[in-house]
Each structure stands twice: as C-alpha cells, then as structure tokens.
Design a protein around this ligand. Structure first.
Ligand code: CA2
Length: 148
C-alpha cells in the first residue's frame, strides 16, 4: 500500500474546543478518525501529524518528499494554518521537497479578514480546498488518490 500524509499546522490542535462558528465542533482526533476511515476505503496508509512549530513541519515535508521519491507516498493533505499567509519557508520546503500537496482550509478564507485572502503556499501546491469544513480533508484524500 502507498502512504498519504495529512499534516496540520499551528493551533489546529485546538479544533473543536473554541470558535465553532468558524471551524465547527469536530476535534482534530475526530478528523484523524474520519481520515483513517477514508484512507482505509481508498486502500491508503495514513500518517496523521500536527505541529505548532514551523521547523518541525518543514522536516516532515522533507521526510515525505523523500518517501514520494522512493515511491512509497503519493503526497500530502496540508492545512498550514496561519503559516498559509506568512511562511515563505514552508513554500520553499514544499517546492524543494517536490511533495505533491493539496492545501486545505476548513473555513472559507476568502470570506474572512483580508490578511487571510492570500496564500504564500498555493503556487507550489497541486490545488486548494477551502470552506468545505472538515469534509474537505476527505475530498483532498480522494483527489490525491485519483492522481491530481
Ligand atoms: O480555515 C482554516 O483551516 C485555516 O487554515 C485555519 C487557521 C487560519 O489561520 C487560516 O487562516 C485558515 C487557524 C487554525 C486555528 O484553529 C483554531 C481552531 C479552534 C480554535 C482556535 C483556532
């Protein structure tokens, strides 16, 4: 079986504990269970990770870029959190590692504050899903599996 990485950036460990009007009531543990179920259905091995630290996220992107090169992984579903709008380092990591990434946002960033309208990582991602709630994770897994 081939692996898919689901990666979550800063503060996503708070999912389901606050701001339900923006992010819903689902916890990150629930998202993991949902992704695991979808990965089983798609016959993919799931690796699910979250960090609040940019360097850790960069190391994981490099690690899974190597796995893609070795033929063991098809790519990543990545919710970069607030790093989406700020981190040139994550842009460079995705590009440098040649990791196929579906960028994922739970909320519709375009309906929110203007500073959330621009993503510095979109240009190095395969595509972006925004505003479909946690259902977006499932859609992103299907898209990667289908070869997008
Ligand atoms: O909509 C998304 O998924 C975001 O990537 C979430 C980020 C935000 O900075 C992006 O603009 C859009 C924030 C993640 C923080 O999640 C929380 C969840 C519950 C309570 C507080 C924060």
């Amino acid at each position: 079986m081939t692996t898919v990485l689901v990666l979550n950036g800063p503060n996503l460990n708070l999912l389901g504990t606050r701001k339900p009007e923006v992010y819903g009531n689902t916890s990150l543990a629930d998202v993991e269970k949902m992704c695991q179920k979808e990965a089983d259905r798609l016959e993919l091995d799931l690796v699910f990770r979250q960090s609040n630290h940019e360097g850790q996220l960069i190391d994981w992107i490099h690690e899974f870029g190597r796995e893609v090169k070795a033929g063991n992984c098809i790519g990543a579903v990545y919710n970069p959190g607030a790093h989406t709008h700020t981190s040139v380092a994550l842009h460079d990591a995705i590009e440098g590692a040649a990791l196929p990434v579906v960028e994922l946002h739970i909320s519709n960033v375009h309906k929110r504050e203007e500073f959330r309208h621009h993503s510095v990582v979109s240009a190095v991602c395969k595509g972006t899903i925004t505003g479909l709630g946690v259902e977006g994770y499932r859609a992103a897994l299907r898209a990667l599996q289908a070869g997008y």
